[in-house]
Design a protein around this ligand. Structure first.
Ligand code: BGC
Length: 441
């Protein structure tokens, strides 16, 4: 892999780092914010979820923005929005200003969650595309872990403004980095700047023959179809749309963010005594999430997307079933409590090497170039709506149905996902982006 391509992908992946940091950091900060601004439960919950509303709004338009002004300026704009959001939140004088800041942060996350994987996928050579887009997920997990650690370190002094404000640093690096990054060669072709596109392809591929092959395949794909939302609904593209939206929703409804957002609460349910032990256990979840993503980076271009998905989803199913069993017992202490905690880690680890990165990878691969921005937007929007639904419903489900039924429902959805992958999802390993076909597309 060329160092140049790795650098470009790593800078863009900072969008993922901010995604992870900004979604993770609030869990610790909210304890102090709610004290300072005397928030009731309803306002607390809204302070947490207003970010997701920003994500939903921005991911809906991010694809068309990236198609209109380009991938690079959109990612640069995301960096500016992250910066503004971090400053507004850190200096918020009251709850209204804080809500406003967190909404702006959500817009940054929504923009980058569409454009960062799209951009990385488009600048990557086919043989290493899986690893490079998985870097984006790796950055998300580093962001989440960093947020847990920052929360832990700053909790002593109740410094919530610093917790939220520290996002300024990666935002500035993302902005500075994107100024120097190239535009995606595929976008350049799309807008007719063929010479510049060719130059970029030559920088990506060491081998001129491979660069030429890619160029021909991009050119052919552009002759075929026009873009836009209407084209997305055309019979040829519809199967890809169904796959994109379904996978995006399934990634959420198999429950990952119940653990990422409410881990300490689950630990409490599993009998972990002190708050400090819960926070420590949550940091362990963050570390497992981060470490196991490396497995995907290593294997995704070697064994392929589908085998990793089968392995990960099966592991998630087993872990959730064990958790459901453990939580159904009257007393969750001693070895049963340990089994529940180990299963929870195993569940996160299995997600991390499979569905976590591969969702972002697949939705950046399955749409033909003319509709790639729109297709990524709609799929990512579905992912954020699923995220909102699960994070809003988790505690209520546990209260009404009980935790065994809640984890059991996530387990069943893992099986549904395996069947869906088997019947609907193409293997995209080693294919040029333009060769990827879903159904009749
Ligand atoms: C998901 C997020 C999740 C994260 C956990 C991402 O792929 O889209 O919702 O919080 O993984 O690592």
């Amino acid at each position: 892999m060329r160092a140049y391509v790795l650098l470009v992908a790593s800078i863009a992946a900072l969008g993922g780092l901010l995604f992870g940091y900004d979604t993770g950091v609030i869990s610790g900060a909210i304890l102090f914010i709610s004290k300072q601004f005397a928030l009731d439960d309803r306002l607390q919950a809204f302070t947490i979820s207003v970010v997701l509303i920003g994500c939903i709004a921005a991911s809906a338009v991010a694809g068309s923005v990236a198609d209109r002004i380009g991938r690079r300026p959109t990612l640069f704009a995301a960096g500016c929005v992250f910066l503004l959001g971090a400053l507004l939140s850190a200096f918020a004088a009251g709850e209204a200003a804080l809500l406003c800041g967190r909404f702006v942060v959500g817009i940054g996350i929504g923009l980058s969650s569409v454009v960062a994987p799209l951009y990385i996928s488009e600048v990557s050579p086919a043989p290493t595309r899986g690893a490079l887009v998985s870097l984006y997920q790796f950055a998300i997990t580093i962001g989440i872990l960093a947020a847990y650690i920052v929360d832990y370190v700053l909790a002593g002094g109740g410094q919530w403004r610093w917790m939220l404000g520290l996002a300024v640093v990666p935002s500035l690096v993302l902005m500075g980095g994107m100024v120097r990054m190239p535009e995606s060669p595929r976008y350049l072709f799309k807008i007719g700047k063929r010479d510049r596109a060719r130059e970029e392809l030559d920088r990506i591929y060491e081998d001129p023959a491979a660069s030429k092959l890619e160029e021909d395949s991009i050119a052919a794909s552009l002759n075929v179809k026009r873009g836009g939302l209407r084209a997305l609904l055309s019979p040829a593209i519809r199967p890809a749309l169904v796959v994109g939206i379904s996978l995006a929703v399934l990634q959420q409804v198999t429950g990952i963010n119940s653990v990422i957002y409410y881990g300490p609460r689950i630990f409490e349910m599993a009998g972990v005594g002190s708050a400090a032990a819960s926070i420590l256990a949550q940091s362990l979840v963050g570390a497992v999430n981060c470490g196991m993503t490396l497995v995907a980076i290593f294997f995704v271009d070697r064994v392929g997307r589908k085998p990793l998905l089968y392995a990960g989803l099966s592991g998630m199913f087993v872990a959730l079933t064990v958790m459901a069993y453990a939580f159904s017992q009257p007393h969750l202490s001693g070895s049963l409590g340990t089994i529940a905690l180990v299963s929870m880690m195993a569940y996160v680890g299995c997600f991390a090497f499979s569905f976590g990165p591969i969702l972002w990878l697949l939705i950046s691969e399955i749409f033909p170039l003319p509709v790639r921005g729109a297709g990524m937007s709609v799929s990512t929007l579905a992912n954020w709506v699923g995220n909102f639904a699960v994070s809003q419903s988790f505690l209520g489900m546990v209260e009404r149905l009980g935790s065994p039924a809640t984890f059991g429902a996530y387990a069943v959805l893992c099986i549904v996902t395996i069947v869906f992958v088997r019947t609907m999802v193409p293997e995209t390993k080693q294919e040029l982006l333009e060769q990827v076909r879903v159904g009749a597309a």
